[in-house]
Each structure stands twice: as C-alpha cells, then as structure tokens.
Design a protein around this ligand. Structure first.
Ligand SMILES: *Cc1c(COP(=O)(O)O)cnc(C)c1O
Length: 373
C-alpha cells in the first residue's frame, strides 16, 4: 500500500546523517531534535502548542485526560474509523456514542450529532478520515451551542487545509480545542517507528497535556496529577524534521496519484471514486473506492494475484466490535456505516507511485470488471 523503501532512498543522506548525529550525541530522550521538531511543526500547522508524544493513540488518550471528564461522560464520535479513536474513550471510563458518517466524505455527519447529545455529552471527536476534513464549521457550531469540547483525530489528515465559511483557512488538527496526530510509518508524515503529537492553541490545555504526558509532573519528582509516560524519541524527531520539509511534496504526489485514479475510473459505473469536499484539501492518506455491484473479495484476490495490494479500511465498524459490547453499541442504528463497511476498498496510494504502476493497477481493475461482466 505504501513504498517506504523508495521514499527513504530519496532522503537517505539527510536521514542517515541525522540519525547518526543523535547516536553520536547519545541524547536519545528529549534531545534537541525533539524541541526543534516541535517548533517546526508549530509553524507548519500555524498552531501555538505542539506536544510530541509516543504515538497517535496516546495523543488521543492524553487529550481526553486533559479535559477533566468524569467516568460515564459521553463522547460523540464516528463508528467508521480506526479503533484507536474510540478505544481510548472506553479505557478512560468514558462512553463512546457512535454517530453516522456521510456516505460521500466518510466523515461524521454533523446533522446526526445533535440527536446523539444528552446531558452527559462532554465532547465530540471528529475523524478526518482518509485525509479529508470533517465538516468543522458545523461541528464547531454544535459544540458551541452545547458547550462541548472538540478533539480532532487528525492521524490521517496532517497537512490538510479546511476552508471556513468566513474565508479563514486552518490546518486540520488546529480547529478544535485539541488535535491529535500519528507518525506511524505509513501515515502521511511517518517516522521510522512509533510517534505522535497533540496540538492546541489553548495555553492551559497545553500545560496540562505536557504534564500528563510526563507522569503528571509539574517539576522534577513532583507529580500533581496521574499521567503517563509518552515521549517522542529523539531519533524519530530527527527523521520527522527531514520529512516535515517534504510533507507538502508528499501530499502533492498523493493528490496526483488520486487524480490519475479518478480519471481512469470515471467511466466505470461500478466504481465510485472518493468525493471531494470543496471545504477541504484532500491529502489522500487512503484512496478509497466504493464498489457498486462488484464482488469485493474477488476483486481483491484478483489484484493480489497480480501483486497489487488492496485493503478494507475498516471491515468491522467500532460499534460492532466486541470491545464495546458492554455499552450495547451494536444496537446503534448506523446503516450508512454498515453499508460502507461492505463496499469500501482502498488501493495503493503513496509518494512514490510511478505512472506505469498506476496504469498497471487501473488496467488490472478494468480487466477484472470486463471479465466479470
Ligand atoms: C493511525 C491512527 C490512529 C492511531 O495512531 P497510532 O500512532 O497507531 O497509535 C488513531 N486514529 C486514526 C484515525 C488513525 O488512522
């Protein structure tokens, strides 16, 4: 699905040198690259505070810990997302309340949020799924009306822009109270292991989250709140400093590949290509098709025979996971989510896709369609 080896080859001298530098100085924890990366990411995103941490799941957990919620408080979130988004809620004793997504954009449907609000609702966690922003203006309006926090799950959309109705443009992850992202290797800004970051424009939340990520410590050996240990390794920060400079080029490469797919599949009624929301810049963490009347497993197997990977993100929506059975969430009525789960298929998309690879993938899909017609 991604080609991290070719991507590395293109930045090898800089990466090798940066990693060697960290090793030579032996500043593996909280070395100078960590604070440098932090401020570089703050400028890139146009956000006041970035708090690097160990992974995207920790970022979400720390964000929710900082909001001062009580066990049993409810958090509104899509079910059509990676499990990390909602798992951390249950871990903290919060109740995930699953809301439907939009069938075109795959992101939480703001129209459906209002009906899910109760007097226990404290926060909304929208996910910018596959690299395109959720409807943040509408979500912010609802959050304001009901006094709810917004924590954006920006793990798949770092670098994406959101165009507000009033003309402002924000980077995704900087719009709500807190934004969380992941530097898992295959993410759009990926490091060479695990990594993550939290961002916020709010000083008080930044102080709290920094403290939580560092054993609840206010000054050395004084621990004011229960926290955790979540750090970005210096080696990962060194790699990320190099890759952050490439991020916009990486996004362009992904968008070009997506356009190639779009053009090719436009004439196939059996394939619905990903819709673009004019308010958001799609950064194509995934290129996800909706198949209409095609046998998804057969197509995937056909492609696999030709050494073309394809993936289902995600085969089981969160509300149907056994993990949440205590909440009775499998009884939530989410027809769009269930329907999408049955028909999505993601094709390879990454920064190193060559024209001939795209042609090969597309003609292989076409071959399958013509052979089954
Ligand atoms: C990857 C991802 C996460 C978790 O990130 P990790 O770094 O793997 O912990 C959370 N939410 C979404 C939507 C993701 O894609």
């Amino acid at each position: 699905m991604v080609d991290l080896i070719s991507q590395y080859e293109n930045i090898k001298p800089a990466v090798d040198q940066a990693i060697q530098h960290v090793i030579s100085n032996a500043q593996f924890i909280n070395g100078p690259d960590v604070s440098a990366f932090q401020s570089e990411l703050e400028s890139y995103l146009g956000v006041k505070h970035v708090i690097p941490c160990a992974n995207g799941t920790d970022a979400l957990q720390i964000a929710l810990m900082a909001l001062g919620l009580k066990p049993g408080d409810e958090v509104i979130t899509p079910s059509f997302t990676y499990i990390a988004t909602t798992e951390v809620m249950a871990l903290l004793g919060l109740k995930p309340v699953f809301v439907e997504v939009d069938a075109d954009t795959f992101c939480i449907d703001p129209e459906k949020i209002r009906a899910a609000i109760t007097d226990k609702t404290k926060a909304i966690v929208p996910v910018h799924l596959y690299g395109q922003a959720a409807e943040m203006d509408a979500i912010q309006a609802i959050a304001k009306e009901y006094g709810l926090f917004i924590v954006e799950d920006n793990a798949q959309a770092i670098g994406s822009d959101y165009h507000h109705a009033d003309g402002r443009i924000s980077k995704t992850g900087t719009i709500g109270d807190i934004g969380c992202t992941s530097f898992f290797p295959s993410k759009n800004l990926g490091c060479y292991g695990d990594g993550g970051a939290i961002c916020t424009n709010k000083d008080d939340l930044a102080v709290k989250m920094r403290m939580i990520a560092n054993h609840g410590q206010s000054k050395r050996y004084y621990h004011d709140v229960v926290g955790c240990n979540s750090r970005l390794d210096t080696i990962q920060a060194a790699v990320l400093r190099i890759k952050l400079k490439e991020l916009d080029n990486y996004i362009d490469a992904r968008r070009k590949a997506a356009e190639y797919y779009d053009d090719f599949f436009a004439s196939f009624p059996q394939i619905k290509t990903p819709a673009r929301d004019s308010k958001s810049k799609h950064v194509f963490h995934q290129y996800t098709l909706q198949l209409e009347g095609l046998d998804r497993n057969a197509l995937s197997a056909f492609l696999a025979e030709k050494e073309i990977p394809s993936m289902i993100y995600y085969p089981v929506p969160a509300h149907r996971q056994k993990m949440f059975s205590a909440f009775g969430s499998e009884n939530t009525n989410l027809p769009v989510t269930d329907w999408l789960t049955e028909r999505v298929l993601s094709l390879p998309i990454h920064t190193e896709l060559q024209q001939e690879q795209l042609e090969y993938i597309c003609t292989s899909v076409k071959e399958f369609i013509t052979s089954t017609n």
